[in-house]
Write a protein that binds this ligand. Structure first.
Ligand SMILES: [Zn+2]
Ligand SMILES: [Zn+2]
Length: 129
């Protein structure tokens, strides 16, 4: 296996996302990473995030109408998205082999991954109205 060498900046970006459970977007990562590497630019943060996704260290979480968020949890899990505040929560449940099930249905397709999303209202928003 090749030894992966990170620049200090990329390492700091990865650390920030790993240290958060909130699935931060690039702007939030930028704010936090500036505490570690004050000279970092937003452009570098974007490029680092992109490279870390490419290399399989992070996954992207997309929500319509919102900036892309990043997640350092690589094990299989689902997301719960609060429609009121937009927060993204990890749902650690064992998922069936969805890729296998769908591959069996879609003969000849290359099914790569499954993303499971739940929508509704988080605890905080549910109690505030
Ligand atoms: Zn909420
Ligand atoms: Zn997650």
């Amino acid at each position: 296996m090749a030894i992966v060498r990170f620049t200090k900046q990329r390492q700091a970006v990865l650390e920030v996302v790993r240290g958060s459970t909130e699935h931060p977007d690039a702007a939030h990562v930028f704010d936090a990473v500036k505490q570690i590497v004050p000279s970092i630019s937003l452009g570098t943060v974007y490029r680092s995030l992109e490279a870390l996704v490419q290399e399989g260290h992070l996954i992207q979480v997309q929500q319509p109408g919102q900036a892309t968020r990043y997640d350092a949890r690589l094990e299989d899990h689902a997301h719960f998205m609060c429609d009121a505040c937009g927060e993204v929560f990890d749902v650690l449940i064992e998922l069936p082999d969805l890729v296998g099930l769908v591959s069996a249905k879609l003969e000849g397709f290359g099914v790569k991954e499954a993303r499971v999303e739940f929508h509704g209202t988080c605890r905080r928003c549910k109690h505030s109205n």
